[in-house]
Design a protein around this ligand. Structure first.
Ligand SMILES: *Cc1c(COP(=O)(O)O)cnc(C)c1O
Length: 363
């Protein structure tokens, strides 16, 4: 529903982003059914929790035995992962602001993280990275939203086979549900709902296997500070009863259940195909543009979900020009604020709208 006199906008921003097209309808239905007022200890909430977990496992091909926890955000997931799975040493692949944040959180909670770092816009040569033997957990950012660099899934598999005794945690915040992660190769994955799932911000989803749970139990027994109500064991104790330790954002979980219903109906294979088709349109356009170019040079490292374009200092000009048509894109991240634009390519974004967006860049 567009209000009279208000321009219809489309958010190609990297998060929060355009809401999934069905969200408005689901919010109205939630209000009609008093979802925001129901008890988080009652049967209706347990049903929503259970259905959401079943949907996420189907959509993302998560094995049955894995656990799904609901937190406040993905930064929280990073902190909980470090607290619960690392006594001292984590190892981080850092190529931008979000992977750096994961590393810094480990320092903040008094662990001793190490890292390998490459320049913004570049990927890692995994065959040349030596990970110290003492490492307990390897942290990988699958899709570095600040630079538009994505880690090829094959590299994650290779790493997992090279270091079988270490836990692997993957940040899929801006690539889920597009990313087809192999959960037999990683122990932990997490994302937030305001990116690829097209929902209002306010919830982080954390997926852990039994191996990660075992580590959390071991650290707790040893007296390591694993946090309080959101320690893995506290989360699991409640999750087994389809609940959360705290009063959660019930409306958000309801919306996640409904949107995952919709995504499943559409089929994840279709979503992935469409994502690739839309990404190709955008990259082809800028590869051929006389002035503006994709920031990531090596094609195998180019993100399909958050595309970063080097616009040679024209950021402000382009943002204004696009906004006149109701298209909202992200500026560059951090030091690239004035140099780049970032275009999100999530399931909420229609191919037709992407074509219109590119047309507007051209004129
Ligand atoms: C957005 C983002 C985060 C942080 O998510 P929040 O929900 O804001 O905590 C972490 N990692 C990546 C790659 C992101 O894009």
């Amino acid at each position: 529903m567009t209000k009279k006199g208000v321009m219809h906008k489309i958010y190609f921003t990297c998060g929060p982003s355009q809401l999934y097209p069905t969200v408005q309808k689901h919010i109205y239905e939630a209000l009609a059914h008093d979802i925001p007022s129901i008890s988080h200890r009652g049967a209706k909430f347990q049903e929503i929790f259970q259905k959401t977990v079943v949907n996420l496992k189907r959509l993302l091909a998560v094995p049955k035995q894995h656990h799904i926890f609901f937190l406040s955000s993905s930064l929280e997931s990073m902190e909980r992962i470090i607290e619960n799975c690392v006594e001292t040493y984590s190892f981080h692949f850092v190529n931008g602001s979000f992977s750096k944040k994961f590393y810094e959180i480990a320092i903040d909670v008094k662990r001793k993280p190490e890292k390998v770092k490459v320049e913004e816009g570049e990927g890692f040569d995994f065959s040349n990275v030596r990970i110290p033997k003492k490492t307990e957990l390897i942290a990988i950012t699958h899709n570095e939203t600040s630079t538009g660099v994505s880690v090829p899934l094959q590299d994650i598999s290779t790493l997992s086979q090279a270091y079988p005794e270490m836990l692997i945690a993957v940040d899929t915040v801006s690539s889920a549900p597009y990313v087809n992660l192999d959960f037999s190769q990683v122990d932990i994955a997490f994302f937030s709902v305001q990116k690829g799932f097209g929902l209002p911000a306010g919830m982080g989803v954390l997926i852990v296997n039994e191996r990660a749970m075992d580590k959390a139990r071991f650290l707790k027994k040893r007296g390591v500070n694993v946090g309080s109500y959101h320690s893995f064991s506290s989360l699991l104790e409640k999750a087994e009863n389809y609940q959360t330790p705290e009063t959660p954002n019930v409306l958000e979980m309801y919306l996640l259940q409904k949107v995952t219903d919709d995504l499943l109906k559409k089929a994840i294979t279709t979503i992935r195909k469409e994502t690739e088709k839309k990404a190709k349109l955008i990259y082809d356009f800028f590869d051929q543009h006389p002035r503006y170019k994709p920031f990531v040079k090596e094609k195998k490292f180019r993100s399909k979900t958050t595309l970063v374009i080097d616009v040679k200092g024209d950021t402000k000009k382009i943002l204004v020009k696009l906004a006149e048509k109701g298209f909202i894109v992200s500026s560059g991240y951090g030091k690239f604020k004035e140099e780049h634009i970032r275009i999100a390519n999530f399931p909420s974004h229609k191919i037709q709208d992407i074509k219109q967006l590119l047309k507007r860049v051209e004129t």
